[in-house]
Design a protein around this ligand. Structure first.
Ligand code: SAH
Length: 271
């Protein structure tokens, strides 16, 4: 059964790294072909949709999918490209399952980049960037985004702040209680501040060191905010802060594009 039949609104969506246009042929490596056949249970002639972060979303048909790889033929564009708000998540890496959770959920919440940062009390010493990227791709496919967040190589907090692009505001989740409540801070921004690029900074499970708190609070691009009276785990804090930012500054005033697509489909049928 084709995956885009009427009773399954969830399209089989794939992120690809090739240009998308009418009649383009997209070659799939054996892993992606395997994913189509054995995870999505699709075969020759079935429809999928494709996006590459630049050319919007396209309908395509599976021409071949086997052990050695696969081939898709691209037909029509169904959405034009749109970008996510310019929001980074800067976070201290945490244990495997929780860092996977952060990559997946932050992608769903529309971040443009994931930036792992080593702070004084960060327990992890390494980050598997490839794994984070794979998680981000899968989440982007499922969440109907048209782009995959960039996953940066980890840096130390000092280096990050040294190289910080001055026009980008940094919303620091400050567990010490010294910051204003997040909704007060973000709710009070003027239109120009809302249009600036932003980043959310979340500390490690061990929290920020006192020196780090002092350093951060004295930088003019940093806004320290509180996330309420409870101490949240780092992954919860990340999602809470991203959600508040999206609701108050980001693009949550927009509906999902699905509604518009459904109407288009219905209109086409009635004609
Ligand atoms: N061990 C620390 C807590 C660290 S929680 C302590 O006991 O103080 C991990 C990170 O989540 C923090 O560094 C902060 O960035 C964020 N966070 C958690 N709860 C928060 C809150 N209530 N307000 C603001 N940030 C919070």
């Amino acid at each position: 059964m084709a995956a885009d039949s009427e009773d399954s609104p969830r399209q089989a969506r794939l992120f690809v790294e090739t240009p998308l246009q009418e009649a383009a042929i997209v070659e799939l490596d054996p892993d992606r072909a395997h994913y189509l056949r054995h995870v999505l249970r699709l075969g020759n002639g079935d429809a999928v949709t494709l996006f590459n972060g630049a050319d919007g979303e396209w309908r395509a048909t599976i021409e071949a999918a086997g052990k050695r790889g696969g081939r898709l033929s691209v037909s029509t564009q169904i959405r034009t490209q749109e970008s996510e708000p310019d929001l980074w998540l800067v976070f201290a890496p945490i244990k495997r399952a929780r860092i996977d959770f952060i990559a997946e959920k932050a992608t769903e919440l529309g971040v443009a980049a994931l930036v792992p940062v080593f702070t004084r009390y960060t327990a992890m010493t390494r980050v598997n960037v490839e794994r984070l990227r794979a998680n981000a791709i899968e989440a982007a496919e499922q969440t109907e985004r048209l782009s995959v967040p960039e996953v940066r190589e980890p840096v130390t907090l000092e280096k990050l702040l040294q190289d910080w692009p001055g026009e980008r505001r940094l919303l620091m989740a400050d567990e010490s209680g010294a910051g204003q409540p997040i909704a007060v801070s973000l709710g009070g921004l003027d239109a120009a501040a809302k249009r600036q690029p932003w980043a959310v900074l979340i500390g490690p499970e061990g929290g920020f060191h006192r020196d780090e708190l002092d350093l951060l609070r004295n930088l003019d691009f940093v806004t320290a905010v509180g996330l309420g009276p409870r101490i949240l785990r780092a992954d919860t804090a990340a999602l809470a802060a991203l959600s508040c930012w999206q609701a108050l500054v980001g693009d949550w005033e927009r509906p999902t594009p699905r509604l518009a697509l459904d109407y288009k489909r219905r209109d086409a049928k009635e004609r």
